[in-house]
Design a protein around this ligand. Structure first.
Ligand SMILES: O=C(O)CCC(=O)C(=O)O
Ligand SMILES: [Fe+2]
Length: 430
């Protein structure tokens, strides 16, 4: 069963639960170890499947399209909100999917004006330096990575240095230090530490590098780099082709209306931008972007999947690949095993909780969340939270919450046990 683009379908809006022959299935797909063949075999038990499509580029959400509504309903009733033994025991979250009115119009209405300079975006902590490396240095950097092995993801290739980044848990693998950053980036790392927008007291000490190679038209889903994985400065050098990077910030209260199970929560919907601030910047080749402070912690960054970008009135074709070098410093904390489905229990609402977003393909674009229902409550999309505050929460961790834009919050105890195998590791073994 192939996986063509699903631009005809979209994720349902809040409150939309109209039956249809098409199911939006979250926590399911190649990124979480579930093949299209396996999905086809499970869902075809309920009726003839017309097609299975990637719902987005997460690799963890698919559209299963039946010929008739009854089959979709039967699959929904049997498979929704429970682990599926034939799909690696993934806990499936299913909703009816809706046909897109007009993908072409949606693209136009969803675009935002693109700035050439960071100051116009008015996002504290966001800086862009043009011509950070010379054309010759750019060539040398590209040649260096091209002579090393790439890892293939579904739509792009990556290389990791310092620490490996695990896409399934959106965290660094602290158990596997890959060594120092390679010598071909030494002069860049040195130059970064005297980035003009950093004050003298800021320690940079970057120790992790991810190189991303995006073919023309390939982008990156909206995300905030995992708070617990990386410290507060993220530098990204653009090489080869350009791209547009969009920033999104969710307005106060628009995402987590409350943390009471069973009550309605606002559902993030890519088609509804009314509660989201959006800004976009053009990243030319050889420019260096710095995300710090609010830009790093409170705003999602996102590279739209376009082959053609409009920058002011100019059409910019993404003719070549774009290669980015993203430099970060590992924060030294890793939560592992946190989404073992059977360890989920309902929220009791009386604990300090630490949330980890991007929870292995749960139906969520939610970023990392730190909640404390009695002491303090953070929504990292709308509050400014410093790295230290986040780390303090990790130190006092006694529960983990996975917040999704559906109406539930899942809490798990971090105490290792067969039922709740969640542990917290630190880089230095504490
Ligand atoms: O390609 C880029 O510039 C950004 C990459 C990124 O956001 C990430 O790896 O988290
Ligand atoms: Fe990122």
């Amino acid at each position: 069963m192939g996986a063509p683009s699903s631009s005809r379908f979209r994720r349902p809006k809040a409150g939309e639960d109209e039956r249809s022959p098409n199911l939006f299935v979250a926590n399911c797909g190649p990124a979480v170890g579930v093949s299209y063949e396996a999905i086809g075999s499970v869902f075809s038990a309920f009726g003839d499947v017309k097609g299975i499509y990637a719902a987005d580029d997460s690799g963890a959400r698919v559209i299963v399209s039946y010929f008739d509504e009854g089959s979709a309903q039967a699959a929904f009733n049997s498979l929704h909100s429970r682990p599926c033994p034939d799909l690696a025991n993934r806990f499936l979250h299913i909703r009816y999917s809706v046909l897109e009115d007009s993908p072409a119009t949606r693209h136009i209405t969803s675009s935002v004006p693109v700035s050439l300079v960071a100051s116009e975006l008015n996002i504290p902590g966001l800086f862009l330096l043009h011509d950070f490396v010379s054309a010759k240095e750019a060539e040398e950097l590209l040649a260096a990575v091209d002579s090393r092995p790439w890892n293939n993801l579904s739509k792009r290739r990556v290389q990791h240095y310092g620490y490996e980044f695990c896409y399934d848990i959106r965290n660094v693998n602290t158990k596997q230090c890959l060594g120092e950053l390679p010598s071909f980036v030494s002069s860049i790392v040195e130059r970064v530490s005297s980035f003009p927008n950093l004050d003298d007291s800021t320690s940079v000490a970057l120790d992790q590098l991810t190189v991303n190679e995006y073919p023309p038209g390939v982008g990156l889903s909206p995300h905030i780099d995992t708070h617990s994985a990386f410290e507060g400065l993220i530098f990204s050098l653009s090489l080869a082709g350009p791209c547009i990077m969009e920033f999104r910030r969710y307005l106060e209260g628009s995402w987590l209306l409350n943390s009471t199970p069973g009550m309605n929560m606002a559902v993030e919907n890519p088609d509804d931008y009314s509660s989201v601030l959006r800004r976009a910047i053009y990243l030319p080749p050889r420019s260096m972007l710095l995300l710090s402070g609010e830009a790093r912690y409170a705003w999602n960054h996102y590279i739209p999947h376009h082959k053609i970008d409009m920058v002011n009135d100019t059409v910019i074709r993404r003719a070549s690949r774009r290669v980015s070098f993203t430099f970060r410093k590992g924060a030294g904390f890793l939560i592992r095993n946190y989404t073992t489905e059977h360890s989920m229990t309902w929220c009791k609402n009386d604990q300090i909780a630490v949330g980890v977003g991007y929870a292995q393909g749960l139906e969520t674009d939610v970023q990392e969340v730190v909640l404390s229902s009695k002491v303090r409550k953070y929504d990292l999309r709308s509050n400014d939270v410093t790295a230290n505050e986040t780390r303090d929460f990790y130190r006092t961790l006694d529960h983990v919450v996975l917040s999704t834009p559906s109406e539930t919050i899942h809490f798990m105890s971090p105490t290792p046990s067969p039922e709740c195998p969640v542990t917290v590791d630190t880089l230095d073994g504490r």
